[in-house]
Write a protein that binds this ligand. Sequence first.
Ligand code: KIV
Length: 283
Amino acid sequence: MPSTTPAAVPFTVPQCRERKHRGEKITCLTAYDVSTARLFDEAGVDILLVGDSLGMVVAGMPDTLAVGMAEMLFAVRAVRRGATRALIVADLPFGSYQTSVAAGVRNAVRCLKAGASAVKLEGGQPRRRLIRRMVEAEIPVMGHLGLTPQAVRRMGGYAVQARAPEAAEALLEDAQALEEAGVFALVLEGIPRELAARVTARLAIPTIGIGAGPDCDGQVLVAHDLLGLTDPAPKFVRRYADLAPTIRAAAQAYCRDVTSGAFPADRESYHAPGAPVAVRARG
Ligand code: KIV
């Protein structure tokens, strides 16, 4: 029987800009595995960002710096298998594009071959040449300014960026430079909402905010923050679920049942052919 459910119309790179022109917000969440990718896709999330935050929230690393291409490609393939509609953006890991333009383009190509539709990279004007080369190579690129986690050593931590007027002007110039270089969207992370509003008003491409206030053209959150799996969560996070107690309680109940012998029951067991009915019924 053919399915009666209409196939989801994929969300595409050109639609990002159209959304901005229509004044409609863009939704983005991180995803790192097939199950959450499928659920977020079904929920109608526009963009699934395979963020290098996976190093922190999935692998417990102190920062994103140790994430490599192998981890990113593994996660992109998994997310690709779960999503039919959402645009998949792969975060280029630290070291995969900073050393040379050729390396950056090569690693971005690997992300697209793994199933991403676009890549994201961090940084301002020094990234112009790389972005232009990627765009020439038909690779859609998302920029990322403000609190850029791959620059944590330079920043000395994860503080809000560009509060001072000169730093705000520099960020505005960076944003314009990235737009001119060809990025199709720009993540603004950890900056004052007033600055995010100025950037958003100045650019024709959409801005996607995280800790940048409500005036951006879209919002992104790390899935584990939104689902209540990280503690503590930053100020800008709104928790839409509190899964930690639910998961902990499920694991405790499982341990109780295994310890007491209540799990598995007979109905959860396989049987040899011709096993006595009494054995089959027990449990
Ligand atoms: O890696 C990530 O999850 C990100 C978002 C926070 C924008 O870059």
